[in-house]
Design a binder for this molecule. Structure first.
Ligand SMILES: [Zn+2]
Length: 268
């Protein structure tokens, strides 16, 4: 079973001590590809180097709304240059966060829209963070127009989900779906059209119910897969295949494969 983690912060300092082991465990769990969205300009070089040296890791570059204080006026122009030179798989993580106190909404909006325009200019998908701000995000996507992408860590209503599907957006589903108390989310995931579903961990954040309170990691995508398959009463293999195709198509990734040595072993 081969999986793509569509949203993992593997470049985060939480993984500095054991990143190779984390990647190895992800591989062992079938997670052969990971999309790694950036959070702030200062971290772009580390992210680029990590993705260059580790097969199966794909960067997105952007300015995360929670890191608003770190974003300087010139960073949007810097982002343009980075995208042009580095050709990432997406723009992000960008978006709106109305949950965290003290994040100026007008400044967030300007930063978000600037990134959406870059995504449209370079014909890249966007990776969107929307916390307590789903309606504002939808209105912005609609106004800018001509976009595609994913709203990650989905937490909105079914009606909001439908509006995003009509805008050609997917929903990222991660650890929260493994908690029984997440009734509205679980109802949506049980019935939503499979072509709009992406699996994600958001590691090191958002641990699933099996590792509650601990550091999350990409190998745990298997637990998210299991929960989604159980809710939909289908074989996990079917969800793995469909969501891998969705992620590969959205981000323009090669379909996940077994590494060549395993293929060779199987052929012998
Ligand atoms: Zn994230």
């Amino acid at each position: 079973m081969l999986l793509i983690d569509s949203h993992c912060h593997l470049d985060a300092p939480e993984f500095d001590g054991d990143r190779d082991a984390v990647v190895a465990r992800a591989h062992a769990a079938g997670v052969r590809s990971q999309v790694i969205p950036a959070v702030q300009a200062e971290a772009w070089p580390k992210l680029r180097d990590l993705c260059r040296t580790t097969p199966g890791l794909y960067p997105a570059y952007g300015l995360h709304p929670m890191y608003l204080a770190a974003h300087l006026p010139g960073h949007l122009q810097d982002l343009r240059a980075w995208i042009e030179r580095e050709r990432p798989v997406a723009v992000g993580e960008c978006g709106l966060d109305y949950f965290v106190d003290g994040l100026d909404r007008d400044a967030q909006q300007a930063c978000f829209e600037g990134q959406l325009r870059l995504a449209r200019e370079f014909d890249l998908p966007v990776i969107v963070h929307a916390r307590r701000a789903v309606d504002a995000v939808i209105a912005t996507l609609r106004r800018i127009g001509g976009l595609r992408g994913v709203v990650h860590s989905w937490s909105g209503s079914e009606e909001q989900a439908r509006q995003l599907w009509r805008l050609d957006f997917l929903l990222g589903i991660g650890g929260p779906v493994t908690y029984e108390r997440a009734r509205r989310l679980r109802r949506l995931v049980a019935a939503m059209p499979l072509q709009h579903l992406l699996l994600e961990t958001d590691a090191p954040d958002q641990p699933d119910a099996g590792i509650r309170g601990q550091r999350n990691e990409p190998a745990r995508l298997a637990a998210v897969l299991e929960a989604v398959a159980t809710l939909r009463e289908v074989d996990p293999e079917e969800i793995a295949r469909a969501t891998s195709v969705n992620a590969a198509r959205l981000f323009g990734l090669p379909p996940p494969r077994d590494p060549p040595d395993e293929v060779a072993t199987a052929a012998r």
